[in-house]
Design a protein around this ligand. Structure first.
Ligand code: 13P
Length: 249
């Protein structure tokens, strides 16, 4: 049976004490959960949440990182700092980074390779805007983001890479891709991965769906053959909305 990967991206929400309170609630309520679990608090709360999740079945994630190990990079947080705090997974290429902060595939790829080189797991986010979807560019956009995001990544490192398909128009909007629609894009992404890394590696790849995932649609989405987990935004901010997603089966 598949092991699903359910991850919470807390985005720019919660103070340290609020983050600790939520992490404690999740640790208590998800202790018996069989899925792979991750939460990604804001940078400011990583140290405190790290203490809460240490030794539990919840991995600590970060929402981004800088493209260099250290140096004169005002405002950036490095891979070394994340590892020092017990971070195991880093979300890279989120559409909010791409579209609000202008991150390019080239920059994202630099971060992906740096994170992998330092032993972190990576969740690489890809996905099209509504305009790209409506003008028939969905597949081309996803292909470019996957291929360029993973440029130079070896087959050996692929086991530490998850792809999150997050259609931009479904993020925070309450609009979800239908399970059929999402599954078709996941299948396409798997095909792109197979061309590059072979069928077996592509089949073993974890591809999460993200975009208005909630308890009501989680099971339908994850029943699909190509959907291996969820990257959850809004519904990850409360235990009562995140726990049922993680416990969808
Ligand atoms: P929502 O679940 O709020 O739509 O956010 C999805 C997301 O961007 C997770 O990274």
């Amino acid at each position: 049976m598949r092991n699903y990967f359910i991850a919470g991206n807390w985005k720019m929400h919660k103070t340290v004490s609020e983050s600790v309170a939520l992490a404690k609630a999740l640790v208590a309520q998800l202790a018996g959960c069989r899925e792979k679990l991750m939460i990604a608090p804001a940078f400011t709360a990583l140290a405190a949440v790290s203490e809460v999740v240490k030794g539990t079945n919840i991995l600590l994630g970060a929402q981004n990182m800088g493209p260099e190990e250290q140096g004169a990079h005002t405002g950036e947080v490095s891979v070394l700092m994340l590892k020092d705090l017990g971070v195991k997974v880093v979300i890279l290429g989120h559409s909010e980074r791409r579209h609000t902060y202008g991150e390019t595939d080239e920059l994202i790829n630099k971060k992906v390779r740096l994170a992998l080189q330092h032993g972190l797991e990576v969740i690489l986010c890809v996905g099209e805007t509504l305009d790209e979807r409506e003008s028939g560019r969905l597949e081309a956009v996803c292909r470019t983001q996957v291929e360029q995001g993973l440029a130079g990544v070896s087959a050996g490192d692929l086991a530490r890479v998850t792809i999150a398909y997050e259609p931009v128009w479904a993020i925070g909007t309450g609009k979800t891709a239908t399970p059929e629609d999402a599954d078709a894009v996941h299948a396409y992404i798997r095909k792109v991965m197979a061309e590059r890394y072979g069928e077996a590696a592509a089949k073993a790849m974890c591809i999460q769906y993200g975009g208005s995932v909630k308890a009501e649609n989680a099971a339908q989405l994850m029943q699909k053959a190509n959907i291996d987990g969820a990257l959850v935004g809004g519904a990850s901010l409360k235990a009562e909305t995140f726990v049922p997603i993680a416990a969808f089966r």
